[in-house]
Design a protein around this ligand. Sequence first.
Ligand code: PHE
Ligand code: FE
Length: 297
Amino acid sequence: MDSTPRRVEHQHTDKGHVPVYTTAIVTQPWDSYSSDDHATWGTLYRRQRELLLGRACQEFLDAQDAMGMDDAHIPRFDQLNRILQAATGWTLIGVEGLLPELDFFEHLANRRFPVTWWIRRPEQIDYIAEPDLFHDLFGHVPLLMEPRFADYMQAYGAGGVRAAQQFGEQALQNLTRLYWYTVEFGLINTADGLRIYGAGIVSSAGESHYSLESTAPNRIGFGLERIMCTRYRIDTFQKTYFVIDSFDELMAATATDFAPLYARLASAPAIAAGDVLPSDRVFQRGNGQGWSDAGDV
Ligand code: PHE
Ligand code: FE
């Protein structure tokens, strides 16, 4: 992966989302949201909140409440920032879309979280390929209120800057897989059972069910090197979810110096997204129903 944008960024116009490449920071144009935009937020918010009670981890749900998110309207970044800065020192910044990798890492390393300012159109309620405001704000922002997770995100950004400057493509791929299987698609083991914390899951109705309840995917205990070698899916639900025992475990497991790890993993073969290894701590071995063979990234 190089430092060019990973996906095309988009600008919201009356013709839809027009691709542009920009790393500019945008003040959230809150007054320009239409009643349709607020209604889209409200519909998605109500649907996901109801689904996530008993499915998302309690830290996530409590944080949404503490931030005052509700279905009435799209939250204002400046209001959220007052709460977030007091809690963990993070700041939301508005952006057009996905950033070049190094820019993204640098923001995280400085406790700035880029949030796409525009929201999907009504006909995209169930699926949109690129991250929009709902994914970024509903999905990612709440856990920035959680002190350990907030530290993890900053450490990830700092590690990313170092990897980009000193270690190159292979290390960046290792880090991308770690982000994917934790920040985007992570599950956490609690006294009440498995719960969701990954932003890619909590912002998807289908995957909120599938990740916890389907017999198709594997659910496997977190392993740093295991994850860093594992390919993933970008256009279907995941074949494998990795389960942490706690945010403390996640922090502790990633606090070590990755330099020797990158060196070792450079010669390790990649693991297919759906493979289960003898060394895995298996919560569920998926039956693979509905999987396609091609398509691992
Ligand atoms: N410890 C990692 C390093 O040495 C940094 C990091 C922390 C990366 C947490 C990812 C997540 O580079
Ligand atoms: Fe995301």
